[in-house]
Design a protein around this ligand. Structure first.
Ligand SMILES: [Zn+2]
Length: 523
């Protein structure tokens, strides 16, 4: 029988076209969706009529429908899963041109900056979530750097996620190898007195055992809110010791937790593997396998410079990749072998990555790039199709969160995470194919209503859970101090520029047996 209690309320979405991954993706049929509590209870035609005429609906039981949303001339789609995201540089969108990844890391990421205030941490977490929600992203997988580590900052982030109402898979980004050791040639070409300024996405925490820290945080905060689940976040394999990765593999297995990491995003990240991981034949996939992390719980963000042999290993292990085509283009990192991942049947999720390297939390941009960039890898038409892109942006991402039974599709029993799209927007007139117009035409403009966990969090394109104007004012105030810090970081990097570019060019001059640039990497 039903698990519903009389205290639950029900929400009815009436008369919309309902997108089904397995159904008609061009002209999804009209159906009604009944949401009871935080779950989808029923999806079928005629449901609203039955309820309105007072007849019994088994899925509703004695619960009352407290709100009806008219979805006539609208399309209901599963909420997107932003499978690779970082909240730590939300306030830096628009700060940088298309600079190389390693220079961007030094310009944008927390280790380059003085410690932030708790108010700034909260504001940026809210603002990033707001941008995600407005474009139909209902789950963010935040691989968050808190540097230097401060529990108050962590709690401020978790509270912000709780308050704004987005679903979050939270992973604390950690590493125990210093940034200066993880980029080819940095410690050769940068003068010793300037090397202190060379950092990665996170730096090792002083006097803290990372395995113990992660176990403690899980114990104290894993159940802080049912909409917030946890994952483990080793920054990238070359920046983590065998000992750290082995202990995370153990925690992942014991606690059944996903693991998020970056891999082979740039050529430099691949070259360092060749230089420092001779024991693993220069392959970070071999390394991950050796420490016990190459499992279906692992998601590898970027995976641009992956070799065909390594892609076969991923398929065999059931390991996921999360592609971030927009950020990869902006950081001059090259193009992932999208078609090969599709052809080999590797699970692919999509992310929007950092706010200062993509610079948009917009899954429509990611889907369009994902589907389109495959076309510069091979002239033969083929996958990914628009339908594949929507699948990766929802189901593919849900798999990387370990939530594939709960989110990513509009089916009875699933959590009610969805968006309602206005089909009277010019993007959908005429309606030739819902899937193709979502991927190739839509910009995010038509996202009208967003529901997470059964709760309306965006209504008529406005967030319902916070005062947007007050947040804007607070951000404007916080930017006074942050802007000065940004300027100082950029000036410092300018002083190091000749050395950084020398390291970058040496990397480019080294053959690693792979090329992920369309033009061959030269100008
Ligand atoms: Zn990232």
């Amino acid at each position: 029988m039903s698990e519903m209690s009389s205290s639950e309320s029900a929400l009815l979405i009436k008369g919309g076209r309902v997108y089904d991954h397995e159904g008609n993706a061009d002209h999804p049929p009209v159906a009604d969706i009944l949401i009871v509590g935080n779950k989808i209870a029923a999806v079928r035609g005629g449901l609203a009529e039955t309820i309105e005429s007072g007849q019994a609906v088994p899925e509703l039981g004695t619960t009352r429908v407290t709100e009806t949303i008219d979805a006539t001339e609208k399309l209901v789609i599963p909420g997107f899963v932003n499978a690779h995201y970082h909240s730590h540089d939300v306030l830096l969108k628009g700060c940088f041109e298309t600079i190389p990844l390693e220079l961007w890391v030094l310009s944008a990421l927390p280790p380059s900056y003085p410690k932030r205030s708790t108010a700034e941490i909260r504001a940026r977490t809210l603002l990033g979530s707001l941008e995600c929600l407005r474009s139909g992203i209902t789950t963010v997988q935040d691989l968050a750097t808190i540097y230097p580590f401060d529990e108050e900052h962590l709690d401020a982030m978790l509270k912000a996620y709780e308050d704004i109402g987005i679903r979050c898979v939270f992973a604390l980004q950690i590493a125990d190898v210093a940034g200066v050791k993880s980029i080819p040639f940095w410690d050769e070409v940068v003068p010793e007195e300037q090397r202190g300024g060379l950092s990665g996405a996170v730096e090792p925490y002083r006097n803290i055992d990372l395995g113990d820290l992660v176990r403690d945080l899980l114990k104290s905060r894993r159940k802080v809110h049912p909409r917030i689940t946890w994952a483990l976040g080793p920054s990238s394999p070359e920046r983590c010791s065998d000992g750290l990765l082995s202990s995370l593999a153990e925690i992942s297995a014991d606690e059944k937790l996903p693991v998020y990491t970056h891999i082979y995003e740039s050529k430099a990240m691949t070259l360092i593997a060749r230089q420092t991981h001779a024991r693993d034949d220069g392959s970070l996939i071999n390394y991950l396998d050796r420490v016990g992390l190459l499992t279906p719980k692992l998601s590898l963000a970027h995976s641009v410079w992956m070799s065909p042999r390594e892609i076969d290993q991923l398929k065999a292990a059931g390991t996921n990749v999360v592609l971030n085509p927009v950020g990869n283009l902006k950081t001059r990192s090259g193009i992932a072998p999208i078609r090969t991942y599709m052809n080999r049947g590797v699970n692919v999720g999509l992310g929007c990555d950092n706010c200062s390297c993509s610079d948009a939390q917009n899954m429509f941009q990611s889907m369009k790039m994902f589907a389109s960039l495959a076309a510069v890898c091979t002239p033969e038409p083929g996958p990914p199709t628009a339908r594949d892109a929507i699948w990766s942006a929802s189901v593919g991402g849900a798999r990387t969160a370990g939530l594939e039974d709960q989110i990513g599709a509009l089916r009875p029993g699933m959590l009610a995470d969805l968006s309602i799209i206005d089909l009277t927007d010019p993007s959908f007139v005429p309606l030739n194919s819902a899937a193709r117009q979502l991927v190739f035409t839509e910009s995010g403009r038509s996202v009208e209503t967003v529901i997470v966990d059964g709760r309306v969090v965006v209504r008529d394109r406005k967030i319902t859970t916070l005062d947007e104007r007050a947040l804007r004012e607070e951000v404007a105030d916080l930017m006074k101090a942050l802007r000065k810090d940004i300027e100082a970081v950029i000036a410092r990097n300018q002083r190091m520029m000749p050395y950084l570019m020398e390291a970058h060019r040496r990397t480019w001059a080294t053959d690693i047996g792979l090329n992920r640039y369309v033009g061959g990497g030269t100008d």
